[in-house]
Design a protein around this ligand. Structure first.
Ligand code: HEM
Length: 450
């Protein structure tokens, strides 16, 4: 009897194994370039995700296989203009966000960022010593959301603690388990939290809950618009939307500035800093958005170090679609990651790893560069905070480099600034960026940027 059962199990196992292999090798994604292993399993991709290295792993695959690459049995990455236009552009409407975005739900609500389909979204170990850029971004975005009830974290340490909770959370691994296996996550979440921290932002939750109760926010704020009766939003709906925008606007702007200022403080990019200072000092009365070199520096910063460098996953709509020459069946996950879109086409971006703001000043190729610039994504689900973010970045750089020259602090090593993936954004691996500031009038200060 026992031996019969063993035989039965062996035959069933062989049959299931054979069926699985047949299913993989006959998959419609078999014609896509990519490593063979990605036809059979997503484990290699997941391994890199858990090590915060997804972006660089996929970029290596693009370098090896080209702008279209299969990264898992049900997932493909595109780094071409055709791919971007089809998946994210208006021609590609119908590519809904995947359940990955459920991880960003707040107060149990779907907000603009976490709404999966376009139609329903038409309403418009923390570091002890990081100061500055994230505080600046936090104060900027909270005042945009509910001025005068926004934060003052540059001066008030209690407000800064709120910012740290949002910006420096370390919940990547915990949230990946939640994404890949929600049930398993529910069962083991208490044990899991010992090894992998969950995302917890109680200070930010209560700041937003109390600010959104105010009935007289400034008219330019998002809160004021949402309080318009026409939108019929209750208190929790408004708080969820504000918390979502707040999270979207802190580490993006803060880390974008951080990587950029680190780069222009390096001896290899010092000529950039000099040229920027020249432009700023000879145009003290010109508005921040009318300075061509400042604009080029910011664009190049976001090209080389996009604050959201990673895949923005979407489902192929019903019936399947042809993307960049390949037919992709419905419900396959497709995406573009800015890190690769900004590097793969060397005719548009020659010497792609070189930080070279001058490339943005050339007339030739301007349209192609702008089309491939994906730091804020594009199409109907592109970043709605883009103009705020650009204004914040330019104002800070103008004020900083009109007065100071920056140098890397001697205690920093290159590895400290390696890009480390978070759930969707990236941050310096060491979570710190120490720069030395020297007044243009020659007095010296030490400041920590983070
Ligand atoms: C340098 C700074 C920023 C960068 C690089 C950036 C980048 C992006 C990207 C790439 C997306 C698309 C995400 C996706 O499809 O998964 C996005 C969406 C979004 N961003 Fe930003 N962002 C920045 C700053 C901000 C700021 C300051 C705000 C706050 C007002 C903001 C609010 C949003 C929102 C609400 C969405 C979701 C839009 C939608 O799904 O329809 N972002 N951002």
């Amino acid at each position: 009897m026992i031996s019969l059962n063993v035989h039965f199990l062996a035959v069933a196992g062989l049959f299931l194994g054979g069926w699985y292999i047949w299913k993989c090798v006959s998959s419609p994604l078999r014609t896509l370039p990519g490593p063979k292993i990605s036809l059979f399993t997503s484990l290699v991709l997941k391994y890199h995700e858990f090590r915060a290295l997804r972006t660089r792993y996929i970029h290596q695959l693009h370098l090896r296989y080209g702008p279209v690459v299969r990264i898992a049995p049900q997932e493909a990455s595109f780094a071409s203009l055709e791919g971007i236009k089809e998946i994210y552009g208006s021609g590609g409407s119908g590519y809904d966000k995947t359940e990955f975005y459920d991880l960003f739900q707040v107060y149990g609500r779907r907000t603009m960022f976490t709404t999966l389909d376009k139609e329903s979204s038409d309403l418009e170990d923390s570091p002890k010593d990081a100061l500055g850029l994230h505080d600046y971004a936090f104060d900027g975005v909270t005042h945009q959301l509910f001025h005068p009830y926004g934060s003052d974290s540059l001066r008030n340490p209690q407000d800064e603690d709120i910012m740290k909770q949002v910006a420096f959370d370390d919940s990547l691994q915990n949230r990946l388990v939640q994404y890949y296996s929600p049930l398993f996550h529910k069962i083991i979440r208490h044990v899991l939290s010992i090894f992998a921290k969950p995302r917890q932002t109680p200070l930010a939750d209560s700041l937003v809950l109390s600010a959104t109760k105010e009935t007289d926010p400034a008219r330019f704020t998002l809160l004021s618009r949402m309080q318009d009766k026409a939108y019929n939003m209750n208190h929790i709906d408004m708080a969820a939307e504000c918390l979502d925008h707040m999270a979207a606007g802190i580490d993006t702007t803060g880390d974008g500035l951080c990587f950029l200022m680190w780069e222009i403080s390096q001896p290899r990019s010092f000529h950039v800093q000099r040229r920027l200072q020249e432009e700023l000092l000879s145009n003290p009365d010109v508005s921040f958005d009318r300075l061509p070199y400042l604009d080029a520096v910011v664009l190049e910063g976001l090209r080389c170090f996009p604050a959201i460098p990673m895949s923005l996953p979407r489902y192929v709509p019903r019936g399947g679609r042809t993307i960049d020459g390949y037919f992709i069946p419905e419900h396959i996950i497709v995406s573009t990651q800015a890190y690769s879109a900004h590097r793969i086409d060397q005719e548009v971006f020659p010497q792609p790893d070189l930080f070279n703001p001058e490339r943005w000043l050339e007339g030739k190729g301007e349209l192609d560069r702008k089309r491939l610039f994906f730091a804020f994504a594009s199409g109907g689900r592109g970043c709605i905070g883009k103009h705020l973010a650009l204004a914040e970045m330019k104002i800070l750089l103008r004020d900083m480099y009109s007065c100071f020259t920056t140098f890397p602090d001697g205690s920093m090593v290159d590895e400290d600034m390696e890009m480390s993936d978070q759930l969707i954004s990236s941050q310096p691996r060491s979570k710190k960026c120490l720069l030395k500031l020297e007044l243009i009038a020659k007095n010296s200060h030490n400041v920590k940027m983070g």
